[in-house]
Design a protein around this ligand. Structure first.
Ligand code: GSH
Length: 233
């Protein structure tokens, strides 16, 4: 059994999709991020960055294993199951490149674009323009990668699973995929997979959708070092 610490966001979907794709048994712990449950000392032992997704795998010889950061979780689960990663050292290397790319580029830029378009006070034109440009730049990277293949590494893998959720929400972020036909077709192929539909539907009713924003929630939107200092070991 795997414990999944989750909220229904693109970063959460990466892991719910993977668990569904692998057919693994899991128990979902829905996290109310707007209330600050991510800073609870028990959760920080699992996820020291105070963010979901995270998992605890209880099916390991010698005790439970916790994993934080979506890219690390997908890699761990691909290794555990032997699924959704091309074989061999080169397959692993190729996969890691895209996991790191997503976690260091597409994810943070998409996250900032989401912040400025959905949650920041009005009138943040520079932030909005910068992160829309960066989000689109990352779409262009994917567009080039997909010009001669159906999936990022040729066959469906955790490289696709990690990148898909931030492309799924392009329209709510105010970005059209018309200029990215390869990405648009890839998105459509992945969206139809039954496991992907299940993963994205998990606790859909609990999505934030702009309800909590920078003006009415100081837990999620005004964090600083003190957010973590309040809960020392
Ligand atoms: N790089 C992290 C990003 C995780 C992340 O940003 N999670 C957000 C929700 S999408 C979170 O837990 N936010 C709570 C907070 O910022 O306090 C990953 O890919 O796992």
């Amino acid at each position: 059994m795997i414990d999944l610490y989750y909220a229904p966001t693109p970063n959460g979907w990466k892991v719910s999709i993977m668990l569904e794709e692998c057919g693994l048994d899991y128990t979902t712990h829905l996290m109310d991020l707007a209330k600050g449950v991510q800073f609870a000392p028990e959760f920080l032992k699992i996820s020291p960055n105070a963010k979901m997704p995270a998992i605890v795998d209880h099916e390991v010889d010698g005790g439970a294993v916790s994993v934080f950061e979506s890219g690390a979780i997908l890699f761990y689960l691909a290794r555990k199951t032997g699924l959704f990663m091309p074989p061999g050292a080169m397959g692993e290397k190729n996969t890691l490149e895209w996991l790191f790319w997503q976690a260091a580029n597409q994810g943070p830029m998409g996250g900032q674009l989401s912040h400025f378009s959905n949650y920041a006070p009005e009138g943040q034109d520079y932030g909005l323009k910068r992160y829309k440009g960066e989000y689109e730049r990352n779409l262009a990277v994917l567009e080039r990668q997909l010009h001669d293949k159906d999936f990022i590494l040729g066959t469906y893998s955790i490289a696709d699973i990690i990148c898909f959720p931030w492309v799924l929400i392009a329209r709510p972020l105010g970005v059209s995929l018309d200029a990215f036909p390869n990405v648009s077709a890839w998105r459509g192929r992945i969206k139809e997979r039954p496991a992907v539909r299940c993963g994205v539907a998990l606790y859909k009713d609990s999505q934030n959708r702009g309800k909590h924003n920078a003006q009415n929630n100081s837990v999620l939107f005004n964090q600083n070092a003190d957010s973590l200092k309040q809960n020392p070991e």
